[in-house]
Design a protein around this ligand. Structure first.
Ligand code: AHR
Length: 493
């Protein structure tokens, strides 16, 4: 039987604008994320534009990514930017110690990343190396990208084919996961080291300002946030937070496809935990930064499963199903509720790694259910969030229960009212009645199974289709099938 749900949108309870950067991407030099996914090189048989895969680039372009984070991740703290500039055939080959121990040829470096993000109209977020290089390296890297004068580094950039500095370097990460792969530091030490390195995250006067991002907590490590804020908040503009969603635990994650309902339920429940994390880390930040000058950047989030059987160890390649789409939608809805503090988020990762937008195999490409959520949610970038009060039953599985229907509402930059409606129940449809009159049109994403997904042989199995609201006693209503995500524009009357 279908569930009856009501939703009331509080038109006069608006929050701070949804920073478009919440829709940011993360592209690490990991597995086939960069090499094969984004970059195949100009001599590849795979159709490319100056070495960038044309199919992937065009698909990413359609999402209008506001910001892309690169080169890591853990990789950032092993990376020397100097390896990735100059003639490609002269660049050193290195071992990717962090990911799979494979050799990479550095053919995708600073010029390739900055040109790519610029061509996509995205801001660049570079994660610097605080774990294994001196601060001087960060300073020189930034100068290479942003200096316009007569310096040796600016001349080197010109000799490497880029005359004018890039203007889109807006964010610079001072290390990554300093509590773990970025140096296994204690928070007191990391805060001190941040202060030291951030001193040298310096750019020429004429270059646009750079936001300094401090390496933040893992999941619920509140002591980390407390220490960083207490000791180093005057030296940062943002603090990061990393949280990955597993069906099970870190040790026993579970498969990306072919899972039972208990794993559907636990995954969505774990995704919901993001809300508590933001509230608790945010409360600590409020103590030291009551004016909310410092952004909380969830610069790594997404699902993490056992990697696809047969894929290279350490490449973190996984399939992506309707369950991932639900996680993406629920998480974006959570971010919309915390726009006072959450100013950026970067899903991990853009292509071929973890909860990817796109998967590739040879010259084939597929768009994942997560891609379609990002596509459907585009009107929320820069929109003004409105409070949505939902009343309805929970979705219950064993001892797990969560809201069956989750709604996010916002006034778009175009003045229209947008609603995102998520039905988390894999079996039960919902009838959602609003307090408004009018009509609504948009798109819906759903599928017959919890793990409905696209494959290289059947790449169009799941994609959004046209959807419209109905009317119930003169009120705008929605019939939401089980396990579905809809985004609509409302025409109020
Ligand atoms: O996204 C994969 C890895 O997860 C990143 O490199 C690291 O920062 C995190 O542990």
């Amino acid at each position: 039987s279908r569930a009856d749900v009501s939703v009331k949108i509080e038109m006069d309870q608006a929050g701070p604008v949804i920073a478009p950067e919440i829709y940011g991407q993360f592209a690490e030099d990991l597995g086939r994320g960069i090499y094969d996914g984004i970059w195949v090189g100009p001599d590849s048989k795979i159709p490319n534009t100056n070495g960038y895969r044309t199919d992937v680039m065009q698909a990413i372009q359609k999402l209008h990514p506001p910001v892309i984070r690169w080169p890591g991740g853990c990789f950032a703290d092993q990376y020397d930017w100097r390896d990735g500039i100059g003639p490609r055939d002269k660049r050193p080959k290195r071992i990717n110690y962090t990911w799979g121990g494979v050799t990479y040829d550095n053919s995708f470096g600073t010029n390739e990343f900055m040109n790519y993000s610029e061509a996509l109209g995205a801001e660049a977020y570079i994660a610097g190396n605080m774990g294994s290089l001196p601060p001087h390296a960060m300073q020189q890297w930034i100068e290479y990208i942003t200096a316009d004068g007569d310096t040796t580094l600016a001349k080197e950039r010109r000799a490497n084919g880029r005359d004018k500095p890039w203007k889109n370097l807006k964010y610079f990460g001072v290390g990554n996961e300093s509590w773990g792969c970025g140096g296994n530091m204690k928070p007191e030490y990391a805060a001190d080291l941040h202060r030291r390195y951030a001193t040298f995250v310096w750019k020429p006067d004429e270059a646009p300002p750079i936001t300094k991002v401090a390496s933040g907590a893992n999941v619920d490590d509140y002591r980390w946030t407390e220490t960083m804020m207490k000791d180093a908040s005057n030296m940062m503009d943002a603090l990061s937070l990393h949280y990955y969603t597993f069906p099970g635990s870190w040790e026993d994650k579970g498969p990306a496809t072919g899972f039972a309902e208990d794993k559907w339920a636990s995954t969505l429940k774990h995704a919901e935990f993001m809300d508590e994390l933001i509230r608790k880390h945010g409360a600590i930040m409020d103590k030291y930064d009551p004016k909310k000058r410092i952004g909380l950047y969830v610069d790594e989030w997404g699902t993490w499963y056992d990697q696809e059987p047969g894929s290279h160890p350490g490449f973190l390649y996984q399939q992506n199903t309707l369950r991932d789409a639900e996680v993406a939608a629920l998480t974006l809805n959570i971010f919309h509720r915390h726009t006072d503090r959450v100013k950026m988020a970067n899903i991990a990762q853009m292509v071929n790694v973890l909860q990817a937008m796109i998967l590739t195999r040879g010259d084939k490409m597929l768009l994942t259910p997560t891609y379609y959520v990002f596509d459907m949610y585009q009107p929320f970038m820069g929109a003004t969030p409105l409070k949505a009060e939902v009343n309805g039953p929970d979705y219950v599985n064993g001892d797990i229960s969560l809201n069956m229907v989750d709604v996010s509402a916002a006034r778009g930059k175009d003045g229209k009212l947008y609603l995102a409606l998520v039905n988390t129940d894999p079996d039960r449809a919902a009838h959602v009645v609003t307090g408004m009159s009018g009509s609504a049109t948009g798109r819906i994403l759903t599928g017959p199974a919890m793990d409905t997904h696209n494959t290289f042989d059947a790449p169009n199995t799941i994609h959004p289709v046209a959807y419209r609201g109905t009317s119930d006693g003169g009120k705008l209503a929605f019939d939401l099938p089980a396990k579905s995500i809809a985004v609509v524009a409302v025409d109020q009357r």
